[in-house]
Design a protein around this ligand. Structure first.
Ligand SMILES: *[C@@H]1O[C@H](CO)[C@@H](O)[C@H](O)[C@H]1NC(C)=O
Ligand SMILES: *[C@@H]1O[C@H](CO)[C@@H](O)[C@H](O)[C@H]1NC(C)=O
Ligand SMILES: *[C@@H]1O[C@H](CO)[C@@H](O)[C@H](O)[C@H]1NC(C)=O
Ligand SMILES: *[C@@H]1O[C@H](CO)[C@@H](O)[C@H](O)[C@H]1NC(C)=O
Ligand SMILES: *[C@@H]1O[C@H](CO)[C@@H](O)[C@H](O)[C@H]1NC(C)=O
Ligand SMILES: *[C@@H]1O[C@H](CO)[C@@H](O)[C@H](O)[C@H]1NC(C)=O
Ligand SMILES: *[C@@H]1O[C@H](CO)[C@@H](O)[C@H](O)[C@H]1NC(C)=O
Ligand SMILES: *[C@@H]1O[C@H](CO)[C@@H](O)[C@H](O)[C@H]1NC(C)=O
Ligand SMILES: *[C@@H]1O[C@H](CO)[C@@H](O)[C@H](O)[C@H]1NC(C)=O
Ligand SMILES: *[C@@H]1O[C@H](CO)[C@@H](O)[C@H](O)[C@H]1NC(C)=O
Ligand SMILES: *[C@@H]1O[C@H](CO)[C@@H](O)[C@H](O)[C@H]1NC(C)=O
Ligand SMILES: *[C@@H]1O[C@H](CO)[C@@H](O)[C@H](O)[C@H]1NC(C)=O
Length: 828
């Protein structure tokens, strides 16, 4: 396959004028700068996914339902959960339509499967170990396109539309051509079998000539990001040529606790010539596995297939094939995908500064990785009828609310509003907005939808054209703030719900903080520190929406947002700094053994902080930096303390894997530390240090390599952090403000707020990254921040940076605001 550019001109010649070729051809094809493999390998673990970003490198549209790619099992399976189905090493067990991108833990999906076989010798269609294949060439991927070359001589090339995938199998060796369809195929979890998906049952029917089949699989989701009952996924598929023979088959269900299964070897499948096969009752016990084996003529060197998926019914999956795949040719589908990525995402950011190809690739690949999810399932809601947009695959808002959702608010407000409407619609029907959601059910998470909604509100998405019902939206936020979700008794943290809402709300309502768990007294909750600061921000979010919509609530939630001060221990010292967030028992006593350098065992569900150290969490009060700075001892001590965050070697080695990489306390790989490098902007004349940190961290931890993301991408959350850095801005979400950093390109033009333009220009970039002078919308600027209006009012905004090597105190003007300023005056 040629690169998209040459492909484009080639196809223009070939297809121009044909009826289906009505897509717009982008003038400047920035899609060529996307490398879908960035984030598939781990830093320090080349060639493997260990410690990697778990990004999905297959074919997909922005927010597409279908993410079509290969499913693999890594050579070293013990250290990898192939959450997106993909590992660079290991064996291919097939292709499938549904994937997620970017987290760890037990995977979701891997449904709607096919596997091309060139022999049936020693193959048990029920046992993937008997047919899985190594890859003999490196995989190839570009926007809308993926290719893999298997040891059995099959070369598979594929592309995707919103609800379908198209694949071409070239059989280059032997004369057997088979396509195996295993309805029970799914992504297993190697490390967390307790959270693995289960196959429950399925059904499959074929047309008399075997060119089409359709049906459904029933899967049970107990994964972290999806806690739901048995649910059906419907499929439809076609072949471009009739098979010589088709045999449907069934077999015993498998032990879901693979790979520790104690089942003896697989019993042979039962084949049938019947035109349909059913796995039987799904809803009481397990049904049988079902599938089909399609055998084609030796003359069929290239077999093509179209696959569609629906969550509603299989005829609908067939209709998607009819409407979205009007051709058997892959190329126009690839071109259409490129065009949609360009129009919807990539071309919204342009630069004439192509001097550093690495940076260009980081920028466009970053933008690409930010937009696979959530999946736009509008019209595909199996659980209720609605005219609202339906979104699924929030993976999770805890990860994305800071940098990713805020990027959509700026560059794609209609999309951002649709996502908010989808979240509120979940609340209408299921009582809680999700934090994590996939497979049409809420999963693990909390109440960070509050932050997403408030950020949309304060940035103007209350205008009628956005269609958000803010009465309902605020009611949904209030549900998070006032209604205790039922306990899910998760083994990771049995103290309260880990599914949705605020599991530790009883403490928050009674004590104003989340107290330290004490199993003997039966008081307190897991993650007492991180939840205290998270609920504080959530309540600040409510206060900002309440200001207009429910003025009586404004002060109440503002006061509640100061809850973090109730656990602040003013006399606690760590690394010579005094004053930290610290666990507090329900009776008001402290745990004397506590150190803010230590989160507990794993920085996980039952520890005092989640995916970050208490040291890190002590910075996360963006709405009241003025109180925080005073609690830390004033600007000068705060500056030294920020410096300590980035000093190598200060991290206490005793903490668990949740803390990510690097030896500094700052953790580039998890979200709690996202905003910390830029807090220098809250200290007069110290913005240059934020620029220094921004440059250091991006240069050290991000690249255009396959290991170019410092840990799980988290649905693009990490990439969105990087992209803001490259643009020279950082959003302070739930407030309509951005901190000013320093751009990496001499000019960037960003399409914002619909049809408006934000122009960011620099001079002196070659001399150094530090701001010498700044102009915002033509005005000389001495503030380290600006407002959303500064970027989007009128026809848009313009920011001109004069850069250089001198670390200049240019930012002596008004400091960034602390709109949640409340000092409870507690002296703990
Ligand atoms: C697959 O076969 C088709 C038809 O022979 C050919 O046009 C195409 O280039 C082949 N693709 C690959 C990757 O070899
Ligand atoms: C391989 O098949 C077994 C048995 O069905 C299943 O438990 C496992 O999850 C499959 N592995 C992969 C990587 O798909
Ligand atoms: C699988 O077995 C291994 C080795 O006995 C064990 O360490 C691991 O915890 C088991 N996994 C599950 C999910 O039971
Ligand atoms: C299916 O039909 C073929 C051809 O008629 C026959 O050879 C085969 O035995 C049949 N298989 C089954 C399971 O009935
Ligand atoms: C394959 O092609 C040859 C030559 O055209 C033809 O004779 C033969 O019947 C074909 N075989 C099948 C199974 O279609
Ligand atoms: C391009 O940018 C990358 C990332 O900042 C940097 O590592 C590299 O040195 C730059 N290359 C050139 C030629 O400036
Ligand atoms: C918002 O939704 C509620 C019902 O959920 C409805 O009563 C109200 O009229 C809606 N508001 C607007 C402005 O549509
Ligand atoms: C803390 O202070 C002591 C004594 O002044 C000094 O030796 C040590 O290096 C300091 N630690 C840090 C992290 O600054
Ligand atoms: C307070 O609670 C902690 C933890 O439950 C307990 O260890 C301690 O004895 C209690 N102190 C008082 C004074 O009740
Ligand atoms: C952009 O402008 C076009 C033409 O003026 C208009 O049709 C379209 O609705 C505008 N889009 C947005 C998002 O405002
Ligand atoms: C910055 O702006 C001031 C006032 O506009 C001007 O005097 C100064 O020369 C400028 N400095 C640089 C480096 O452009
Ligand atoms: C800190 O203050 C608490 C009471 O607020 C007290 O119990 C504790 O002993 C003090 N610790 C130190 C190190 O002064």
């Amino acid at each position: 396959m040629p690169r998209p550019c040459s492909l484009l001109s080639f196809l223009l010649k070939v297809y121009f004028g044909l009826q289906y070729f009505i897509i717009g051809i982008p003038a400047k094809d920035v899609a060529q700068h996307v490398n879908p493999f960035i984030g598939t390998e781990g830093q320090g673990n080349p060639g493997t996914a260990i410690g990697g970003g778990n990004v999905f490198p297959g074919a997909a549209l922005p927010f597409g339902v279908v993410k079509f790619g290969i499913d693999t099992t890594a050579f070293d399976w013990t250290n990898v959960d192939a959450n997106a189905g993909y590992t660079p090493d290991g064996y291919v067990t097939g292709v499938s339509l549904l994937h997620e991108s970017g987290t760890g833990g037990a995977p979701t999906y891997g449904f709607v499967h096919q596997m091309a076989l060139s022999t049936l010798k020693n193959v048990n269609v029920l046992d993937n170990l008997t047919y899985m294949q190594e890859r003999v060439e490196p995989d190839v991927a570009s926007v809308g396109y993926f290719k893999t070359s298997l040891a059995n001589g099959v070369i598979a090339e594929l592309s995707a539309t919103a609800h379908t995938g198209i694949i071409q199998y070239n059989f280059t060796s032997g004369d057997e051509r088979h396509i195996l369809v295993d309805v029970s195929h799914m992504l297993p979890s190697s490390g967390e079998a307790q959270h693995s998906q289960f196959y429950s049952s399925g059904f499959m029917a074929r047309s008399p000539d075997g060119t089409r089949y359709q049906g459904y699989g029933v899967y049970r989701a107990l994964t972290k990001w999806n806690v739901g009952p048995d649910a059906s996924v419907y499929f439809c598929a076609e072949f471009n040529t009739a098979p010589l023979t088709v045999q449907l088959f069934s077999g015993e269900h498998t032990d879901p606790y693979w790979p520790n299964s104690t089942l003896p070897s697989f019993k042979p499948p039962v084949f049938t010539n019947a035109s349909s096969i059913s796995g039987g009752q799904a809803y009481c016990g397990y049904g049988r596995r079902v599938g089909g084996l399609f055998t084609f003529s030796p003359n069929a060197t290239a077999v093509k297939s179209k696959l569609g998926v629906s969550f509603v019914d299989s005829d609908k999956a067939c209709q998607y094939i009819a409407s979205e795949l009007p051709t058997w040719d892959l190329e126009p589908i690839v071109i259409s995908a490129i065009s949609q990525w360009n129009t919807g995402v990539l071309s919204k950011v342009t630069t004439t500064d192509k001097s550093n190809a690495t940076l260009i690739e980081m920028l466009y690949s970053g933008l690409y990785k930010m937009h696979p999810m959530p999946s736009d399932r509008t019209g595909e809601n199996p659980n209720w009828e609605t005219d609202e947009p339906t979104y699924d695959d929030f993976y999770t808002l805890w990860d994305t609310f800071r940098c990713l959702n805020s990027y959509l608010v700026l560059t794609a407000p209609i999309r951002a509003a649709g996502i908010v409407r989808g979240l509120v619609d979940v609340w209408r029907w299921e009582r809680f907005m999700p934090d994590a959601r996939s497979g049409n059910y809420n999963g693990r998470g909390g109440s960070n939808a509050d932050n997403v909604l408030a950020d949309a509100y304060v940035k103007g998405l209350f205008a009628p054209e956005y269609g958000i019902n803010w009465t309902d939206a605020y009611a949904a936020m209030k549900t998070n703030a006032e209604l205790v979700p039922y306990n899910t008794f998760d083994y990771g943290d049995p103290t309260g719900s880990v599914k949705e809402g605020r599991g530790a709300l009883p403490d928050w309502l009674n004590l104003g903080y989340v107290s330290m768990y004490d199993p003997v007294a039966g008081t307190g909750f897991g993650r007492c520190i991180s939840r205290t600061v998270e609920y504080s921000l959530n309540d600040f979010a409510l206060s900002q929406v309440a200001k207009d919509l429910s003025p009586g609530d404004h002060v109440k939630y503002l006061n509640r947002s100061a809850g973090w001060q109730k656990i602040w221990q003013h006399n606690l010292t760590s690394l010579n700094f005094t004053g930290f967030l610290a666990p507090l028992y329900a009776n008001g006593t402290r745990d004397s053994s506590y150190s803010p350098l230590n989160c507990g065992v794993w920085c996980s569900w039952s520890d005092v902080t989640y995916e970050g150290l208490p040291w890190e969490y002590s910075w996360t009060i963006p709405y009241d930096m003025s109180t925080l700075i005073s609690y830390m001892g004033g600007p000068s001590t705060t500056e030294s303390r920020l410096d300590a965050m980035f000093t190598p070697g200060l991290q206490d080695g005793s903490v668990g894997s949740g803390n990510g990489i690097g030896s500094a306390i700052f953790n580039p790989g998890n979200e709690p530390s996202f905003g910390t490098p830029f807090l220098y902007n809250y200290l007069p004349g110290r913005q240059w240090k934020s620029v220094m940190r921004s440059r250091e961290i991006v240069n050290q931890y991000y690249s255009n390599g396959r290991d170019g993301v410092p840990g799980n991408s988290d649905a693009g959350a990490l990439e969105s952090w990087m992209v803001w850095n490259l643009l020279g801005l950082y959003p302070v979400v739930t407030q309509p403000i951005y901190l000013i950093l320093s751009p990496w390109f001499s000019d960037v033009t960003i399409s914002v707020a619909g049809n408006k333009t934000l122009k960011i220009t620099t001079e002196g970039l070659g001399k150094g990254p530090y701001i010498q002078n700044l102009t915002v919308n033509g005005e000389v600027w001495n503030k380290s921040w600006l407002t959303h209006d500064d970027l989007v009012s009128g026809v848009g905004g313009s920011i001109h940076f004069v850069l250089g090597s001198k670390q200049t105190e240019w930012d002596l003007g008004e400091l960034p605001p602390s709109p949640g300023h409340v000092d409870l005056g507690i002296k703990n």
